[in-house]
Design a protein around this ligand. Structure first.
Ligand code: URP
Ligand code: ZN
Length: 457
Protein backbone atom coordinates (compact mmCIF):
# COMPACT_ATOMS: atom_id res chain seq x y z
CA UNK A 1 0.00 0.00 0.00
CA UNK A 2 1.32 3.40 -1.04
CA UNK A 3 0.54 6.46 1.11
CA UNK A 4 1.28 10.11 0.40
CA UNK A 5 1.11 12.65 3.22
CA UNK A 6 0.92 15.97 1.47
CA UNK A 7 1.10 19.68 2.26
CA UNK A 8 2.32 19.21 5.82
CA UNK A 9 5.07 21.01 7.73
CA UNK A 10 7.62 18.37 8.63
CA UNK A 11 9.41 18.64 11.95
CA UNK A 12 12.57 16.69 12.73
CA UNK A 13 15.25 17.13 15.37
CA UNK A 14 17.07 19.57 13.11
CA UNK A 15 14.58 21.06 10.65
CA UNK A 16 11.11 22.46 10.09
CA UNK A 17 10.11 22.48 6.41
CA UNK A 18 7.28 21.89 3.99
CA UNK A 19 7.32 18.68 2.00
CA UNK A 20 5.30 15.60 1.14
CA UNK A 21 6.12 12.12 2.40
CA UNK A 22 5.88 9.02 0.23
CA UNK A 23 5.34 5.80 2.17
CA UNK A 24 5.74 2.33 0.69
CA UNK A 25 5.76 -1.02 2.47
CA UNK A 26 5.55 0.67 5.83
CA UNK A 27 8.68 2.77 5.32
CA UNK A 28 9.25 6.37 4.33
CA UNK A 29 10.53 5.89 0.79
CA UNK A 30 10.97 9.55 -0.16
CA UNK A 31 10.46 13.09 1.08
CA UNK A 32 9.88 15.86 -1.46
CA UNK A 33 7.16 17.00 -3.82
CA UNK A 34 5.47 15.87 -7.01
CA UNK A 35 5.08 12.18 -6.13
CA UNK A 36 3.00 9.96 -8.40
CA UNK A 37 -0.23 9.54 -6.42
CA UNK A 38 -1.78 6.80 -8.55
CA UNK A 39 -3.39 4.20 -6.27
CA UNK A 40 -2.04 5.98 -3.21
CA UNK A 41 -3.92 6.75 -0.02
CA UNK A 42 -3.69 10.54 0.25
CA UNK A 43 -3.56 12.23 3.63
CA UNK A 44 -3.78 16.00 3.61
CA UNK A 45 -1.74 17.61 6.40
CA UNK A 46 -2.13 21.20 5.26
CA UNK A 47 -1.60 23.69 8.07
CA UNK A 48 -0.38 20.93 10.40
CA UNK A 49 2.87 19.55 11.69
CA UNK A 50 4.02 16.10 10.65
CA UNK A 51 6.35 14.73 13.32
CA UNK A 52 8.00 11.39 14.03
CA UNK A 53 5.91 9.10 16.24
CA UNK A 54 6.90 9.79 19.82
CA UNK A 55 8.86 7.22 21.81
CA UNK A 56 8.28 6.61 25.50
CA UNK A 57 11.28 4.80 26.93
CA UNK A 58 10.00 4.63 30.49
CA UNK A 59 6.70 2.82 30.92
CA UNK A 60 5.30 0.36 33.45
CA UNK A 61 2.19 -0.59 31.53
CA UNK A 62 1.87 -4.05 33.01
CA UNK A 63 3.57 -3.91 36.40
CA UNK A 64 3.18 -6.13 39.43
CA UNK A 65 4.36 -4.15 42.45
CA UNK A 66 3.83 -6.11 45.65
CA UNK A 67 0.08 -6.71 45.95
CA UNK A 68 -0.74 -4.19 43.27
CA UNK A 69 -1.04 -4.47 39.55
CA UNK A 70 -1.17 -1.48 37.22
CA UNK A 71 -4.60 -0.93 35.72
CA UNK A 72 -3.39 -1.09 32.12
CA UNK A 73 -2.36 -4.12 30.16
CA UNK A 74 -0.49 -4.01 26.85
CA UNK A 75 -3.71 -3.41 24.91
CA UNK A 76 -5.07 -0.58 27.05
CA UNK A 77 -1.67 0.96 27.61
CA UNK A 78 -0.52 0.93 24.00
CA UNK A 79 -3.90 2.23 22.79
CA UNK A 80 -3.53 5.06 25.27
CA UNK A 81 -0.01 5.65 23.98
CA UNK A 82 -1.13 5.69 20.34
CA UNK A 83 -4.02 8.04 21.08
CA UNK A 84 -1.44 10.48 22.42
CA UNK A 85 1.04 10.26 19.54
CA UNK A 86 3.38 7.62 20.95
CA UNK A 87 4.22 4.85 18.50
CA UNK A 88 6.96 2.98 20.37
CA UNK A 89 7.53 2.21 24.03
CA UNK A 90 10.29 0.57 25.99
CA UNK A 91 8.79 -1.13 29.01
CA UNK A 92 10.47 -1.49 32.40
CA UNK A 93 9.74 -4.93 33.81
CA UNK A 94 8.43 -6.03 37.19
CA UNK A 95 10.76 -7.73 39.59
CA UNK A 96 10.61 -11.51 39.43
CA UNK A 97 11.13 -14.02 42.24
CA UNK A 98 14.32 -13.54 44.27
CA UNK A 99 17.43 -14.83 42.47
CA UNK A 100 15.55 -15.43 39.22
CA UNK A 101 17.09 -15.44 35.77
CA UNK A 102 16.89 -12.23 33.74
CA UNK A 103 14.84 -14.25 31.26
CA UNK A 104 12.11 -14.88 33.85
CA UNK A 105 10.51 -11.48 33.36
CA UNK A 106 11.69 -10.94 29.78
CA UNK A 107 9.94 -14.10 28.60
CA UNK A 108 6.75 -13.33 30.52
CA UNK A 109 6.59 -9.80 29.13
CA UNK A 110 7.36 -10.89 25.58
CA UNK A 111 4.39 -13.22 25.69
CA UNK A 112 1.96 -10.67 27.11
CA UNK A 113 3.08 -7.86 24.83
CA UNK A 114 2.99 -10.01 21.69
CA UNK A 115 -0.67 -10.84 22.28
CA UNK A 116 -1.85 -7.33 23.06
CA UNK A 117 0.42 -4.45 22.05
CA UNK A 118 -0.87 -2.32 19.18
CA UNK A 119 2.37 -0.35 18.85
CA UNK A 120 5.99 -1.42 18.62
CA UNK A 121 7.82 -2.09 21.84
CA UNK A 122 11.15 -2.94 23.35
CA UNK A 123 12.00 -4.18 26.82
CA UNK A 124 14.62 -3.09 29.34
CA UNK A 125 15.96 -6.03 31.31
CA UNK A 126 15.70 -5.67 35.10
CA UNK A 127 18.63 -6.59 37.32
CA UNK A 128 17.57 -7.38 40.88
CA UNK A 129 20.63 -9.30 42.00
CA UNK A 130 24.06 -9.88 40.51
CA UNK A 131 25.89 -13.15 40.02
CA UNK A 132 27.80 -14.85 37.22
CA UNK A 133 24.63 -16.08 35.54
CA UNK A 134 23.06 -12.62 35.52
CA UNK A 135 26.22 -11.14 34.02
CA UNK A 136 26.22 -13.83 31.31
CA UNK A 137 22.53 -13.23 30.65
CA UNK A 138 23.12 -9.51 30.20
CA UNK A 139 25.36 -10.44 27.30
CA UNK A 140 22.98 -12.89 25.69
CA UNK A 141 20.01 -10.53 26.09
CA UNK A 142 21.97 -7.69 24.52
CA UNK A 143 22.70 -9.96 21.57
CA UNK A 144 18.96 -10.65 21.35
CA UNK A 145 18.13 -6.93 21.17
CA UNK A 146 17.56 -6.16 24.83
CA UNK A 147 20.53 -3.89 25.20
CA UNK A 148 19.49 -1.83 28.21
CA UNK A 149 18.96 -2.83 31.82
CA UNK A 150 17.33 -1.14 34.76
CA UNK A 151 18.80 -1.11 38.23
CA UNK A 152 17.27 0.37 41.36
CA UNK A 153 19.04 2.01 44.27
CA UNK A 154 15.91 1.72 46.38
CA UNK A 155 12.99 -0.67 46.87
CA UNK A 156 13.39 -4.35 47.79
CA UNK A 157 15.98 -5.20 45.16
CA UNK A 158 18.31 -2.21 45.52
CA UNK A 159 21.80 -3.20 44.35
CA UNK A 160 24.91 -2.77 46.47
CA UNK A 161 27.63 -0.44 45.21
CA UNK A 162 29.87 -3.39 44.36
CA UNK A 163 27.11 -5.02 42.34
CA UNK A 164 26.43 -1.75 40.53
CA UNK A 165 30.10 -1.69 39.58
CA UNK A 166 29.93 -5.28 38.27
CA UNK A 167 26.87 -4.41 36.19
CA UNK A 168 28.47 -1.25 34.84
CA UNK A 169 31.67 -3.04 33.89
CA UNK A 170 29.67 -5.67 32.05
CA UNK A 171 27.58 -3.00 30.32
CA UNK A 172 30.74 -1.25 29.19
CA UNK A 173 32.10 -4.51 27.77
CA UNK A 174 28.99 -5.56 25.87
CA UNK A 175 27.74 -2.10 24.83
CA UNK A 176 24.61 -1.75 26.94
CA UNK A 177 22.94 1.19 28.68
CA UNK A 178 22.15 1.01 32.40
CA UNK A 179 19.02 2.93 33.40
CA UNK A 180 19.12 3.83 37.08
CA UNK A 181 16.46 4.76 39.61
CA UNK A 182 18.51 7.03 41.87
CA UNK A 183 17.30 7.29 45.47
CA UNK A 184 19.24 6.42 48.63
CA UNK A 185 17.34 3.49 50.12
CA UNK A 186 18.79 3.51 53.66
CA UNK A 187 18.04 7.18 54.21
CA UNK A 188 14.51 6.79 52.88
CA UNK A 189 13.85 3.90 55.28
CA UNK A 190 15.24 5.89 58.17
CA UNK A 191 13.23 9.03 57.39
CA UNK A 192 10.10 7.02 56.75
CA UNK A 193 10.44 5.41 60.19
CA UNK A 194 10.91 8.87 61.71
CA UNK A 195 7.70 10.12 60.07
CA UNK A 196 5.82 7.10 61.34
CA UNK A 197 7.20 7.49 64.87
CA UNK A 198 5.97 11.07 64.84
CA UNK A 199 2.57 9.84 63.68
CA UNK A 200 2.85 11.50 60.28
CA UNK A 201 1.42 9.11 57.72
CA UNK A 202 0.03 11.76 55.38
CA UNK A 203 0.91 12.01 51.67
CA UNK A 204 3.16 14.93 52.60
CA UNK A 205 5.32 12.48 54.58
CA UNK A 206 5.97 10.60 51.34
CA UNK A 207 7.90 13.64 50.12
CA UNK A 208 9.50 14.33 53.51
CA UNK A 209 10.89 10.81 53.62
CA UNK A 210 12.44 11.10 50.14
CA UNK A 211 14.12 14.53 50.18
CA UNK A 212 16.24 15.86 47.28
CA UNK A 213 19.43 14.73 49.05
CA UNK A 214 18.37 11.10 48.51
CA UNK A 215 18.29 11.60 44.77
CA UNK A 216 21.40 13.76 44.63
CA UNK A 217 23.54 11.38 46.67
CA UNK A 218 22.41 8.40 44.58
CA UNK A 219 23.10 10.22 41.31
CA UNK A 220 26.58 11.18 42.46
CA UNK A 221 27.33 7.63 43.56
CA UNK A 222 26.09 6.08 40.35
CA UNK A 223 28.02 8.53 38.22
CA UNK A 224 31.21 7.82 40.13
CA UNK A 225 30.71 4.08 39.73
CA UNK A 226 29.98 4.46 36.00
CA UNK A 227 33.16 6.50 35.69
CA UNK A 228 35.12 3.81 37.53
CA UNK A 229 33.77 1.34 34.99
CA UNK A 230 35.33 3.33 32.14
CA UNK A 231 32.43 5.74 31.60
CA UNK A 232 29.85 2.99 31.18
CA UNK A 233 26.66 4.33 29.61
CA UNK A 234 24.31 5.43 32.36
CA UNK A 235 20.80 6.79 31.94
CA UNK A 236 19.31 8.59 34.95
CA UNK A 237 15.55 8.01 34.96
CA UNK A 238 12.95 10.49 36.17
CA UNK A 239 15.29 13.26 37.35
CA UNK A 240 13.39 15.49 39.77
CA UNK A 241 15.89 17.87 41.42
CA UNK A 242 17.93 20.89 40.44
CA UNK A 243 20.85 19.64 42.55
CA UNK A 244 20.75 16.29 40.75
CA UNK A 245 20.98 18.09 37.44
CA UNK A 246 23.87 20.21 38.70
CA UNK A 247 25.66 17.02 39.77
CA UNK A 248 25.21 15.54 36.31
CA UNK A 249 26.52 18.68 34.65
CA UNK A 250 29.49 18.68 37.01
CA UNK A 251 30.40 15.16 35.91
CA UNK A 252 29.97 16.05 32.25
CA UNK A 253 32.01 19.22 32.64
CA UNK A 254 34.78 17.14 34.16
CA UNK A 255 34.88 14.94 31.10
CA UNK A 256 32.68 11.99 32.03
CA UNK A 257 31.06 10.57 28.93
CA UNK A 258 27.96 8.51 28.20
CA UNK A 259 25.64 10.14 30.74
CA UNK A 260 22.01 10.44 29.67
CA UNK A 261 19.22 12.12 31.59
CA UNK A 262 15.46 11.83 31.55
CA UNK A 263 12.77 13.80 33.29
CA UNK A 264 9.00 13.46 33.12
CA UNK A 265 6.14 15.98 32.71
CA UNK A 266 5.02 15.55 36.33
CA UNK A 267 8.37 16.85 37.60
CA UNK A 268 8.15 19.84 35.28
CA UNK A 269 4.59 20.83 36.06
CA UNK A 270 3.70 19.95 39.63
CA UNK A 271 5.20 20.71 43.04
CA UNK A 272 4.91 19.38 46.58
CA UNK A 273 1.87 21.60 47.00
CA UNK A 274 0.02 18.68 45.40
CA UNK A 275 0.51 16.69 48.64
CA UNK A 276 -1.80 19.16 50.41
CA UNK A 277 -4.64 18.46 47.98
CA UNK A 278 -7.63 16.33 48.79
CA UNK A 279 -6.62 13.96 46.00
CA UNK A 280 -2.95 13.98 47.04
CA UNK A 281 -2.68 10.20 46.70
CA UNK A 282 -2.77 10.62 42.92
CA UNK A 283 0.64 12.30 43.19
CA UNK A 284 2.36 9.65 45.27
CA UNK A 285 5.26 8.60 43.09
CA UNK A 286 8.96 8.06 43.52
CA UNK A 287 10.84 10.30 43.48
CA UNK A 288 8.23 12.67 44.87
CA UNK A 289 7.27 16.06 43.48
CA UNK A 290 9.62 18.90 44.45
CA UNK A 291 9.72 22.71 44.52
CA UNK A 292 9.02 25.30 41.85
CA UNK A 293 12.77 26.03 41.63
CA UNK A 294 13.32 22.38 40.67
CA UNK A 295 10.68 22.61 37.93
CA UNK A 296 12.36 25.77 36.63
CA UNK A 297 15.79 24.14 36.55
CA UNK A 298 14.39 21.12 34.71
CA UNK A 299 12.66 23.32 32.12
CA UNK A 300 15.96 25.10 31.60
CA UNK A 301 17.67 21.73 31.23
CA UNK A 302 15.31 20.87 28.40
CA UNK A 303 16.21 23.96 26.43
CA UNK A 304 19.96 24.03 27.07
CA UNK A 305 20.46 20.35 26.25
CA UNK A 306 21.33 19.17 29.78
CA UNK A 307 18.30 16.85 29.76
CA UNK A 308 18.07 14.42 26.88
CA UNK A 309 14.63 12.85 27.15
CA UNK A 310 11.12 13.51 28.41
CA UNK A 311 9.50 10.14 29.16
CA UNK A 312 6.55 9.34 31.41
CA UNK A 313 7.31 6.68 34.05
CA UNK A 314 3.72 5.73 33.23
CA UNK A 315 2.65 3.60 36.19
CA UNK A 316 -1.13 3.75 36.57
CA UNK A 317 -2.93 2.61 39.71
CA UNK A 318 -6.62 3.28 40.21
CA UNK A 319 -7.41 6.20 42.45
CA UNK A 320 -10.76 4.79 43.59
CA UNK A 321 -9.28 1.53 44.79
CA UNK A 322 -5.50 0.96 44.83
CA UNK A 323 -4.41 4.49 45.68
CA UNK A 324 -6.96 4.60 48.53
CA UNK A 325 -4.90 1.99 50.34
CA UNK A 326 -2.68 4.94 51.27
CA UNK A 327 -5.55 6.99 52.71
CA UNK A 328 -4.41 6.65 56.32
CA UNK A 329 -0.83 5.64 55.65
CA UNK A 330 1.25 6.87 52.73
CA UNK A 331 3.53 3.81 52.94
CA UNK A 332 0.61 1.62 51.82
CA UNK A 333 -0.08 3.62 48.65
CA UNK A 334 1.26 2.13 45.40
CA UNK A 335 3.78 4.50 43.86
CA UNK A 336 3.27 5.88 40.39
CA UNK A 337 0.95 7.81 38.11
CA UNK A 338 -0.32 7.54 34.53
CA UNK A 339 1.02 9.73 31.72
CA UNK A 340 1.49 7.76 28.52
CA UNK A 341 -1.64 9.19 26.93
CA UNK A 342 -0.93 12.78 27.88
CA UNK A 343 2.82 13.29 27.45
CA UNK A 344 2.91 14.60 23.87
CA UNK A 345 -0.05 16.96 24.16
CA UNK A 346 1.08 18.22 27.57
CA UNK A 347 4.64 18.85 26.43
CA UNK A 348 3.52 20.50 23.21
CA UNK A 349 1.15 22.81 25.06
CA UNK A 350 3.30 23.56 28.12
CA UNK A 351 6.64 23.37 26.36
CA UNK A 352 6.24 24.59 22.79
CA UNK A 353 3.19 26.82 23.05
CA UNK A 354 3.68 28.25 26.55
CA UNK A 355 7.43 28.22 27.14
CA UNK A 356 8.56 28.56 23.53
CA UNK A 357 10.60 25.38 23.40
CA UNK A 358 11.46 25.05 19.73
CA UNK A 359 9.74 22.44 17.60
CA UNK A 360 13.05 20.78 16.85
CA UNK A 361 13.90 20.52 20.56
CA UNK A 362 10.45 19.08 21.20
CA UNK A 363 11.08 16.35 18.63
CA UNK A 364 14.58 15.75 19.96
CA UNK A 365 13.31 15.21 23.53
CA UNK A 366 10.29 13.07 22.76
CA UNK A 367 11.37 11.21 19.62
CA UNK A 368 14.94 11.37 18.40
CA UNK A 369 17.04 11.27 21.57
CA UNK A 370 15.12 8.33 23.05
CA UNK A 371 15.58 6.47 19.75
CA UNK A 372 19.29 7.26 19.56
CA UNK A 373 20.10 6.44 23.18
CA UNK A 374 18.23 3.15 23.16
CA UNK A 375 19.16 1.80 19.74
CA UNK A 376 16.02 2.49 17.70
CA UNK A 377 17.45 5.21 15.45
CA UNK A 378 17.12 5.79 12.49
CA UNK A 379 14.29 3.28 12.02
CA UNK A 380 12.41 5.31 14.60
CA UNK A 381 12.54 8.78 16.10
CA UNK A 382 12.98 10.72 12.87
CA UNK A 383 11.56 11.27 9.39
CA UNK A 384 14.10 10.01 6.87
CA UNK A 385 13.92 7.87 3.76
CA UNK A 386 14.28 4.33 5.08
CA UNK A 387 12.76 5.10 8.50
CA UNK A 388 9.63 3.30 9.63
CA UNK A 389 6.61 5.37 8.65
CA UNK A 390 5.77 6.09 12.29
CA UNK A 391 4.40 9.58 12.61
CA UNK A 392 1.83 11.89 14.08
CA UNK A 393 0.02 14.84 12.58
CA UNK A 394 -0.40 17.66 15.06
CA UNK A 395 -2.62 20.70 14.72
CA UNK A 396 -1.16 23.61 16.71
CA UNK A 397 -4.44 25.51 16.36
CA UNK A 398 -6.45 22.73 17.93
CA UNK A 399 -6.90 22.14 21.64
CA UNK A 400 -7.60 19.23 23.93
CA UNK A 401 -8.92 18.69 27.44
CA UNK A 402 -8.36 15.40 29.27
CA UNK A 403 -11.38 14.17 31.24
CA UNK A 404 -11.34 11.09 33.44
CA UNK A 405 -14.37 9.67 31.66
CA UNK A 406 -12.78 9.99 28.21
CA UNK A 407 -9.42 8.41 28.93
CA UNK A 408 -8.34 5.66 26.56
CA UNK A 409 -6.11 3.93 29.11
CA UNK A 410 -7.36 1.91 32.04
CA UNK A 411 -6.80 4.43 34.81
CA UNK A 412 -9.64 6.38 36.41
CA UNK A 413 -7.75 9.66 36.58
CA UNK A 414 -5.27 11.85 34.79
CA UNK A 415 -2.92 14.33 36.44
CA UNK A 416 -3.84 16.74 33.64
CA UNK A 417 -7.63 16.69 33.87
CA UNK A 418 -9.47 19.86 32.89
CA UNK A 419 -6.37 21.71 31.69
CA UNK A 420 -6.99 23.27 28.29
CA UNK A 421 -4.03 22.08 26.25
CA UNK A 422 -3.07 23.99 23.12
CA UNK A 423 -2.59 21.77 20.09
CA UNK A 424 -4.13 18.46 19.18
CA UNK A 425 -3.07 15.23 17.58
CA UNK A 426 -5.21 14.44 14.54
CA UNK A 427 -3.67 11.24 13.22
CA UNK A 428 -1.12 8.67 14.34
CA UNK A 429 0.49 6.14 12.04
CA UNK A 430 2.77 3.18 12.53
CA UNK A 431 4.68 1.52 9.70
CA UNK A 432 2.35 3.20 7.21
CA UNK A 433 -0.90 2.03 8.90
CA UNK A 434 -3.19 4.57 10.50
CA UNK A 435 -3.37 3.60 14.17
CA UNK A 436 -5.88 6.19 15.20
CA UNK A 437 -7.57 9.19 13.74
CA UNK A 438 -10.19 11.48 15.22
CA UNK A 439 -10.47 9.26 18.32
CA UNK A 440 -11.08 6.09 16.27
CA UNK A 441 -8.68 3.13 16.48
CA UNK A 442 -7.75 0.94 13.56
CA UNK A 443 -5.00 -1.29 14.97
CA UNK A 444 -5.70 -4.71 16.40
CA UNK A 445 -4.26 -6.26 19.56
CA UNK A 446 -0.96 -7.86 18.66
CA UNK A 447 -0.21 -5.51 15.75
CA UNK A 448 2.82 -4.12 17.60
CA UNK A 449 6.21 -5.71 16.95
CA UNK A 450 8.98 -6.49 19.42
CA UNK A 451 11.93 -4.35 18.37
CA UNK A 452 15.45 -5.54 18.86
CA UNK A 453 17.71 -2.71 19.89
CA UNK A 454 21.47 -2.45 19.64
CA UNK A 455 22.86 0.59 21.36
CA UNK A 456 25.88 2.49 20.13
CA UNK A 457 28.14 3.16 23.12
O1 URP B 1 6.55 5.90 41.62
C1 URP B 1 6.99 5.35 40.64
N1 URP B 1 7.81 5.97 39.85
N2 URP B 1 6.64 4.09 40.37
C2 URP B 1 7.10 3.30 39.31
C3 URP B 1 8.29 2.50 39.64
C4 URP B 1 9.50 3.37 39.60
O2 URP B 1 9.96 3.78 40.65
O3 URP B 1 9.98 3.68 38.52
ZN1 ZN C 1 9.69 3.85 36.49
Amino acid sequence: MKVVIENGTLVTECDVYEADILIEQGKISAIGTGFDKTDAQIIDAKGRYVMPGAIDVHTHIDLQAGDFHTCDDFLLGTRAAASGGTTTIIEHLSFGPAKCSLYDQVNAYKLRAAQKAIIDYGLHGVIQHVDERVLREMESLAAEGISSFKIYLTYDFALSDADILRVMKKAKKIGAVIAVHCENDAIIRHLRDECIKKGNRTPRAHALSRPPACEVEAIQRVLQIAHLAGDAAVYIVHLSTKEGLAMIQYARNHGQKNIYVETCPQYLLFTQEAYKREDALKYIMSPPLREKSDCDALWKGLTDGAIDVVATDHCPFEFATDKQRGKDDFTKCPNGAPGIEERVRVMFSEGVMKRKITLTTFVKLLCTNPARIYGLYPEKGTLLPGSDADLMILDAKGSYVYKAENLVGGCDYSLYEDIKLQGDICMVMQRGQVLCQDEQFFAKAGAGHFRERRVKV
